[in-house]
Structure formats: structure tokens, C-alpha cells
Design a protein around this ligand. Structure first.
Ligand SMILES: NC(=O)c1ccc[n+]([C@@H]2O[C@H](COP(=O)([O-])OP(=O)(O)OC[C@H]3O[C@@H](n4cnc5c(N)ncnc54)[C@H](OP(=O)(O)O)[C@@H]3O)[C@@H](O)[C@H]2O)c1
Length: 294
């Protein structure tokens, strides 16, 4: 009999209650404006996403493409953003084939360019409506040893993973604050919790997005905005194919033999966070291959 693979998804989440007066980590600042309830009665994990509007960056492949497809299946109108138009159009064609698929838009965008990101947001709002959800998925990863001084790769990592996320958050935040609702999800990594050798700069970039998200969450408590990081372990995508440092690859990038995650597993975690009722926030999700815990 063929072996049966059993997947274990570790999910760690914090639920934040809405009826507080002082956020415990707000360092003495009281919450001046409590979020307005949606008025919808819902149970955990059942909020409908129908007709929401989302921007997904890094949507041309891997996890971002899977998130785009998953949102489309939920009836979310999705703007697909990344640099490669052909790959984005292919993802969009898949969305169109999904039964009951919502509207979608392809917007070729380099997230390191603030003007392009602003026009991504402007076009999305014009064609799909006000943005409810941002999924920051664009990212790069280079296995490399610090002593090998791949400074261009260090810089690229900071440009895409750190500045790219900042550009996207900066472009959607004013609108979300004005509307008193919005959900910013960033695909971080288990490397945002623990530093992996051979991935020092990548891990630092993911610690950056974790700190950024934590600060944003604390500052926006009481405004109706939710901030989530999803921290995947190994996922079967092309991410590590960018690496050129053979020594680092040999030392640290050898497969463990464990079955790794599929992009759809991570998309499932994103949906889990998005589907929570209005008053509940899933702030972090660590999702890893069962046999590769950090
Ligand atoms: N795979 C894993 O094991 C793993 C684990 C933990 C976290 N993650 C995170 O998951 C995210 C997605 O990675 P993936 O695994 O799905 O790999 P992937 O298939 O290589 O996807 C990376 C995506 O980022 C986009 N991108 C890269 N540079 C960009 C730029 N300057 N502007 C806009 N988009 C850009 C790429 O599209 P274009 O080339 O078309 O621009 C692509 O769509 C990354 O943030 C990664 O750090 C992955």
C-alpha cells in the first residue's frame, strides 16, 4: 500500500479582544477610537470574503499565485501584481476558469518602485474598488555566506523584502485608515522567527517585516485595521533558484527529505486569518512542514 502523507500545520495565533481600554503594549497610550463593528454575527473562521477587494504582490508564481487563486475562489476581486506580465496573465486565466470567479486585474509592478506601487493602488481602486486586503508576497531569497560578500544580493533582498513591503503598506494605509477597515497580510517566514545560517540577510529581512508588522499592529489598534504575518517553512516554489553561492547551497540548502509545503497550504493560512470575525485578529501564523519544525 502506498504510504499516506499526513500534513501537520502548526498555527499559532493571538486573538485580540475588541473591548479594551488600554492596549497592554501601547506603553501608556489609551485607544481613542474603537473599531466600529461590522454588525455581522459570525462564528470563528466563517467570515465571508465575497466582493472584498485585494491586492496581491508576488502574484506571478508560487505562494502569491496560490493566494490569488484562493481569494478568487472566495469571490474576492483581486489585483495581481509582480514584474512578469505573462506569468500574471497566466494566473489570471486560471482565475477566469474558476466557477463564480470574481473580477481580476493584472498590474505589472516592481514593488521596489514607490511610484509603480502607488499606481497599482490607484488602478485597483479605480477598477475594482477600495482595497480591503493587501497581501505582501513579493520576495527574494539568496542562500549566501556573509564571508562571500554577495553585496548585490544583500541589497536586492533589502530592496524587495523590506522596502517593497514598506512601499505597499504606505500606499494602502491612508485609505484603510480613512475607511476604518482593512487587513494587511505579509508573507514573512519561519526565518522571521529564527535566523538560519546561509540566510543571514534573508532572515534579517524577515525579522524586519515582523517588527514592522508588530509596530503597525500596535499603532493601528482601535482603527479597525488588522495586521497579520504568515511565517511559512519550506514551500515548493522557485524561490531558492535565485541563489548563486555554491558554497552556501552545499552547506545549508540540502533537502532534509521531509515533504515540504505546497503554496496552497500557505494560501490556506492566509484565508484562515482573513476569515476571522471583525473583532478577532490572527496576528501570526507559523506554518511548516510537519517534519521540519523550527
Ligand atoms: N518558498 C519558501 O520556502 C518560502 C518560505 C517562507 C517564506 N516565503 C516567502 O514567500 C514569498 C513568495 O515566495 P515564493 O516562495 O512564492 O517564491 P517565488 O515563486 O519565487 O515568488 C516570488 C514572487 O515575488 C515576485 N517578485 C520578486 N521581486 C519582485 C519585485 N521587485 N517586484 C514585484 N514582485 C517581485 C516574483 O514575481 P516577478 O519575478 O514576476 O516580479 C514572484 O511572484 C516571499 O516573500 C518569500 O520570502 C517563501
Amino acid at each position: 500500500m502506498a504510504p499516506i502523507s499526513i500534513w501537520a500545520i502548526e498555527e499559532e495565533f493571538e486573538v485580540v479582544a475588541e473591548n479594551f481600554e488600554l492596549h497592554p503594549l501601547a506603553r501608556g497610550r489609551s485607544i481613542s477610537r474603537l473599531p466600529v463593528s461590522s454588525g455581522r454575527e459570525s462564528s470563528i473562521n466563517s467570515e465571508s470574503l465575497q466582493d472584498r477587494v485585494a491586492v496581491v504582490t508576488g502574484a506571478s508564481s508560487g505562494i502569491g499565485a496560490a493566494v490569488g487563486r484562493a481569494l478568487g475562489r472566495e469571490g474576492v476581486h483581486v489585483a495581481l501584481a509582480a514584474r512578469r506580465p505573462d506569468a500574471l496573465h497566466e494566473v489570471q486565466a486560471g482565475l477566469d476558469q474558476q466557477r463564480g470567479a470574481a473580477k481580476s486585474l493584472v498590474v505589472p509592478t516592481d514593488v521596489t518602485d514607490r511610484r509603480q506601487v502607488k499606481s497599482l493602488v490607484a488602478r485597483t481602486e479605480q477598477e475594482l474598488g477600495p482595497i480591503d486586503i493587501l497581501v505582501n508576497c513579493a520576495g527574494v531569497m539568496f542562500y549566501t555566506l556573509m564571508r562571500n560578500l554577495r553585496q548585490d544580493e544583500w541589497e536586492r533582498t533589502v530592496e524587495v523584502n523590506c522596502k517593497g513591503a514598506l512601499n505597499c503598506i504606505g500606499a494602502v494605509l491612508p485609505g484603510m485608515l480613512a475607511r476604518g477597515r482593512g487587513h494587511i497580510v505579509t508573507i514573512s517566514s519561519d526565518a522571521g522567527r529564527r535566523v538560519f545560517p546561509g540566510l543571514s540577510v534573508y532572515s534579517a529581512s524577515k525579522f524586519f517585516v515582523e517588527a514592522l508588522s508588530q509596530g503597525l499592529r500596535l499603532e493601528t489598534a482601535g482603527t479597525g485595521i488588522k495586521v497579520t504575518t504568515v511565517q511559512p517553512g519550506n514551500v515548493a516554489t522557485d524561490l531558492s533558484s535565485l541563489s548563486t553561492d555554491a558554497e552556501a547551497l552545499e552547506l545549508y540548502a540540502q533537502p532534509s527529505g521531509a515533504r515540504v509545503l505546497d503554496p496552497e497550504d500557505v494560501a490556506g493560512s492566509v484565508l484562515y486569518a482573513l476569515r476571522q470575525p471583525d473583532h478577532a485578529a490572527v496576528n501570526e501564523i507559523l506554518v511548516e512542514p510537519r517534519d521540519e519544525p523550527v
